[in-house]
Write a protein that binds this ligand. Structure first.
Ligand code: GDP
Ligand code: IMO
Ligand code: MG
Length: 423
């Protein structure tokens, strides 16, 4: 069964979109299993840049079946805008399928995301304010509205009315905000339904059959391991499961149907939003990495926090997702930086930790232990073979491999499809 899971092994934005696009060229099906339009996946192919939020990054490859699985939370307005953007750019979206069990992001989710963040004041999480958390909350509370509800007009109208009544009480009475209009929501969403109807399906069935037929399937993770609601830096996390385990429940297949798991990392570390980040740099080197790597959020345009490569968190991702290989992106950004540092463990008082601690209070007491390594000089973005990389760049990759206990199978030297070295 040639099925591969691709996940983010840091705090998101590792370059998953690029890797999925590359691998999609050798696959027949690409599936998203969690998250929503908090994700921003960049694909650069044939001189065109695409920023995808909901559509699997396989869509750029003609003939690929692209599934938005049941575990994804879908803002239908955003999905339709994305379909229009792709169509305008000449991409054929006829292979897109939207699962009937997927939950819908409603306008009140977006309002509540913003109000809850504001009410938290300085303790806010720094969410993308796209309604992701409130939508997953409704799913867990069992009051969510699903794609299959949207496809049944009367059921949809009733559910919207019930929900809006409750949500407006919360919006107006708890947060003193402005309520939403059920009439407006119903009118807009029923229009979206007309356009989305052609894409909906019970995608678990499609996927199961494709796997049984021996088709090559890729699962495209969104966010990253340290943003996982169970395993990440809780509460500074997203509301879904970006680790490989999330793929099964989020797409409706069993774990015996997954062959391999690839973790995507950057050659350094970034994080957008709040929360702990042990190797964060607050100096000129951090600024340099941000500017050279163009580290600004794909979704919110916020400057990304930047720091050295942290082998502790990537080793954590190798363990929690059972990673079988790593793809290290953006090694080109580290050229000409002089000496580089890799975090090989954490020091807590006299104690050395080599596993990522569960509690943020314990993490706050930790200092990264750095190993200094020699950097390399010159533009490497035109290198086409791993062997042709500067010796120190190869040593850097090999050290990452050793420290994380996982083979590095791909190295990125630029944002384009072609700027990827296979090992
Ligand atoms: P994703 O969310 O994991 O798909 O990553 P994003 O698209 O949010 O952010 C990754 C950014 O890095 C995008 O702008 C990519 O075009 C870019 N990128 C990916 N791989 C490389 C690489 O190897 N080198 C450089 N310079 N940029 C890369
Ligand atoms: P991709 O798929 C980086 C972060 C937000 C915030 C936290 C919670 O592009 O890697 P949410 O809106 O999900 O409730 O916000 O998670 N976050 C991401 N950071 N990449 C992402 O996705 C992210 N999706 C959410 O910045 O800190
Ligand atoms: Mg991103």
């Amino acid at each position: 069964m040639p099925t591969k899971v691709v996940i983010g092994a840091q705090w998101g934005d590792e370059g998953k979109g690029k890797i999925v696009d590359i691998l999609a060229g050798r696959s027949e099906v690409v599936v998203r299993s969690q998250g929503g339009n908090n994700a921003g996946h960049t694909v650069e192919a044939n001189g065109v840049q695409y920023k995808l939020h909901l559509t699997p990054s396989g869509i750029i490859n003609k003939g690929t079946l692209c599934i938005i699985g049941n575990g994804v939370v879908v803002d239908p307005k955003v999905l339709l805008e994305e379909i229009d953007m792709l169509t305008e750019k000449g991409v054929d979206v006829s292979g897109l399928r939207l699962d009937l069990r997927a939950h819908l992001i409603m306008p009140y989710h977006i309002v509540l995301d913003g109000l809850a963040e504001e009410a938290k004041g300085k303790s806010d999480i720094g969410t993308t304010r796209r309604g992701i958390g409130p939508c997953y909350m409704d799913k867990a509370e069992r009051i969510g509205i699903r794609v299959c509800d949207l496809m049944n007009e009367q059921v949809f109208i009733n559910k919207v009315k019930e929900n809006v009544m409750i949500k407006n009480k919360i919006i107006e009475k708890v947060y003193e905000g402005k309520g939403v209009s059920a009439v407006e929501i119903i009118e807009n969403y029923l229009e979206y339904a007309k356009r989305l109807k052609q894409y909906v399906a019970d995608t678990s069935v499609l996927l199961f059959n494709a796997i049984k037929e021996g088709k090559k399937v890729l699962f495209e993770g969104a966010q990253g391991t340290l943003l996982d609601i169970d395993l990440g830096t809780y509460p500074f996390v997203t509301s879904s499961h970006p680790v490989s385990g999330g793929v099964c429940v989020g797409t409706g297949i069993g774990p015996t149907m997954i062959d391999s798991c690839l973790g995507v990392v950057k050659a350094y570390t970034t994080r957008v939003g709040k929360g702990p980040f042990p190797t964060e740099l607050f100096d000129e080197v951090g600024n340099e990495i941000r500017e050279r790597g163009n580290e600004y959020g794909t979704v919110t345009k916020r400057p990304r926090r930047c720091g050295w490569f942290d082998a502790v968190i990537v080793k954590f991702a190798v363990r929690t997702s059972g990673l079988t290989e790593l793809s290290v992106n953006k090694i080109d950004t580290l050229s000409d930086l002089g000496k580089l540092k890799i975090c090989v463990g954490y020091k807590k008082g006299d104690e050395v930790l080599d596993e990522f601690p569960p509690s943020l209070e314990e993490l706050a007491l930790c200092e990264p232990i750095y190993e200094e390594v020699d950097g390399w000089e010159g533009d490497i973005s035109n290198v086409t073979k791993y062997e042709d990389l500067p010796e120190n760049a190869k040593k850097y990759i090999e050290r990452i491999e050793q420290l994380c206990g996982c083979r590095v199978s791909m190295v990125g030297v630029g944002p384009n499809r072609a700027q990827n070295l296979e090992r």
